[in-house]
Write a protein that binds this ligand. Structure first.
Ligand code: GLP
Length: 236
């Protein structure tokens, strides 16, 4: 099954094999894949090679780890995470990590012109302004500043956004979330960002600006996020 004489690295051959199993539905979405020990025996390679192969597919979002329970075939498509809108909480779950948030701002105010334009609302409308530090397994990964039209999320509380904004919108408000349009740029961590994200000043940060829309096409969130470059590589 694995050609040890081939110039193609063994971990890569294993990955191809796993991809094929998933494609042919031999390994179903959401199901656990065989343990490292079994794969090591099956492929006749070292455990390290199996680990490298599996980790690569976890990084690509094809497989996901669940803490203490093993590795699974991912349910969600994460091939184009930049276009998709996946909640932070879900994204962390897919990676077998526990999401949490520190709320730094939670207020209702009037939008500025850019926000009103992006959210397609008039300047007289109210918006929620929510700033959160997002953590995965207690490690700060991003700061997200979400501006959400008040009328769409009326009743939203700090407790809701402590958990998941998107879950509130989907479950409590019954919205079907659509997709997003975004731009990405690299910036250097400012003093404030470095403090909030616990990174050195000037370290690489990915800044993402996005307008997320409902399935109906109505914008529901204008968000600006700063992700720690080194901790978020897997996502992009
Ligand atoms: C992602 C998006 C944000 C969005 C967040 C919601 O991180 N980039 O725009 O606000 O998910 O996550 P949650 O539902 O966990 O609050």
């Amino acid at each position: 099954m694995i050609n040890k004489e081939s110039p193609i690295p063994m971990y890569y051959q294993i990955q191809e094999h796993i991809r094929e199993n998933i494609k042919q539905h031999k390994w179903a979405k959401g199901e656990a894949i065989p343990s490292e020990r079994i794969l090591t025996e099956q492929f006749g390679v070292s455990r390290m090679t199996v680990r490298q192969a599996v980790q690569g597919l976890v990084d690509e979002g094809i497989l996901m780890r669940k803490r203490g329970s093993g590795t699974y075939v991912s349910n969600e498509k994460v091939e184009q995470p930049l276009k998709e809108i996946t909640s932070f909480t879900k994204l962390m779950e897919q990676r077998g990590m526990k999401a949490s948030s520190k709320i730094t701002v939670f207020t209702v105010r009037k939008p500025n012109e850019i926000e009103a334009e992006n959210l397609k609302i008039s300047l007289g409308f109210d918006v929620y302004h929510i700033e959160r530090i997002r953590l995965g397994d207690q490690i700060p990964i991003a700061i997200e500043t979400s501006i959400v039209p008040y009328y769409m999320a009326e009743g939203l509380t700090e407790a809701d956004v402590q958990h998941s904004l998107y879950e509130f919108l989907e479950v409590k408000k019954g919205y079907s979330l659509g997709d997003g349009q975004q731009s990405v740029e690299a910036i250097a961590a400012s003093k404030r960002i470095s403090k909030l994200l616990d990174v050195a000043i000037d370290s690489p940060i990915l800044q993402i600006e996005r307008v997320a829309t409902l399935k109906t096409g109505a914008p529901f969130e204008y968000v600006r996020s700063q992700y720690v470059g080194s901790r978020f590589k897997f996502y992009l």
